[in-house]
Design a protein around this ligand. Structure first.
Ligand code: ADP
Length: 398
């Protein structure tokens, strides 16, 4: 006989342990899953009765027999105090689950034995039995307290590992921001110089062909410059140092001044601007210009040439200014409506068709929320999109 494990039967936690141990023993021996479950259920049915109605209960799981015939056995002993009958009902179910069920009482000491034959297919050699025994001795906890302690240690280790991973991620994030910031600044200076020269060359006298080439260089340099400024913005936002130069501005005057610039951005589209009455707003002019450029630029980028782009402004009843930019382009699905404002998010099926880095709308939403406004998009895939943002009414001081 090889004794595998002993469990004192005193409370609910012991019951859980009894189930798990008997299930594990059957599994390690190589019995089928249904036999494992039947054995473990029978053992726990008996153990429940013993814990509820008797004293000094104890479970021993053993491999009995020798050489060519082995049984897996659960031997439960207890101190009988209230008569055999009170247990009878509870043991009926267990009896049906295992082939051998013996119950005896001698001098108030009860003994219940549940057994099942281990088939030859399980190949239960001496080495295998030793390995199972040492598994229970070394790996499996022998008391509920021990099990809790092992779980606590495991949780502690997992916690330590996730904290280390978090610290590493934070460190890498800081490094990435630092890189973005340094690379952005390093790239910004030569590009600014490059554009200064292309602008000068564009004003100089040269052949139309040369002029066309320089214009192309300038357009590409402008695109690069915009991306670099976006990279720098992201790194500022991440560091929490996005700063604003807020001033009180007459909105229609501001928009009229900007209209030519915006039109330059979308030469192949028809931009229609409708403005509500003019009122004062508190804004950082350059930052809000950046929002207009990005949203109108996107409206052109994501819709066919020649289509209209409608830019409307309207003051709401609460005094907030609502701005909308509508296009008749590719639109987007409902699940993308919120995601497009996330950092580096780009709608999956367009990435190969349109250039971009997915930074613009993230920066726009940061600028608008920092102004106290809201930004959102309504869209139907294939039918166009309308981007909305609000700017709050200026606070009046009396
Ligand atoms: P980028 O355009 O550089 O990819 P943005 O942050 O400006 O980055 O936009 C994020 C994504 O939102 C875009 O990649 C595109 O999938 C989607 N998007 C933005 N504007 C529009 C629009 N007007 N119509 C359809 N999709 C748009």
């Amino acid at each position: 006989m090889i004794h595998l494990v002993q469990v004192a039967l005193e409370n609910e936690m012991d019951l859980t342990l009894a189930y798990k141990k008997s299930n594990k023993a059957a599994a390690l021996i190589g019995l089928s899953i249904s036999t494992q479950t039947a054995f473990a259920t029978a053992v726990s049915e008996v153990c429940r009765e013993i814990i509820d109605k008797t004293h000094e209960g104890s479970l021993s799981i053993e491999i009995q027999g020798s050489n060519d015939r082995h049984d897996l056995a659960a031997v439960i002993t207890y101190l009988e105090t209230e008569g055999v009958d009170n247990l009878r009902e509870g043991l009926q179910h267990a009896k049906k689950l295992v082939p051998v069920f013996n119950h005896s009482i001698i001098n108030s000491r009860g003994k219940i034995e549940l057994k099942l034959n281990i088939p030859r297919s399980a190949k239960l050699s001496n080495e295998k039995m030793k390995a199972i025994k040492s598994y229970f001795e070394l790996v499996e906890p022998n008391t509920p307290y021990e099990e809790l302690r092992q779980r606590n240690t495991l949780l502690f280790q997992i916690n330590e590992q996730s904290e280390t991973a978090l610290r590493q991620a934070e460190y890498l994030n800081e490094q990435k921001n630092e890189f973005l910031s340094v690379a952005g600044h390093e790239l910004k200076t030569p590009l600014t110089i490059l554009r200064a020269y292309t602008q000068m060359a564009l004003r100089s006298e040269c052949s139309p062909a040369t002029l066309a080439h320089i214009k192309k260089v300038d357009t590409q340099a402008l695109k690069l410059q915009t991306m670099i400024l976006q990279l720098l913005d992201i790194s500022r936002i991440e560091k929490g140092i996005a700063d604003y130069n807020i001033e009180l501005v007459d909105f229609n005057g501001y928009l009229n001044d900007m209209a030519d610039l915006i039109r330059l951005l979308v030469p192949s589209h028809e931009l229609l601007i409708t403005m509500d009455e003019s009122r004062m707003v508190n804004i950082d002019k350059l930052r809000i210009e950046q929002v207009f450029m990005n949203i109108v630029g996107n409206a052109a980028k994501y819709s066919p040439s020649g289509e209209q782009i409608m830019l409307d402004t309207r003051f709401l009843d609460n005094g907030d200014l609502l701005i909308s930019v509508r296009d008749q382009g590719i639109g987007m699905s409902e699940e993308d409506l919120h995601k497009v404002f996330e950092k580096f998010y780009r709608v999956q099926d367009i990435t190969t068709l349109f250039n971009g880095l997915g930074m613009g709308l993230f920066i726009c939403s940061k600028i608008i929320t920092d102004h106290g406004g809201k930004i959102w998009v309504e869209s139907i895939k294939g039918q166009g999109s309308t981007f909305f943002f609000t700017l709050p009414a200026p606070v009046e001081f009396s």
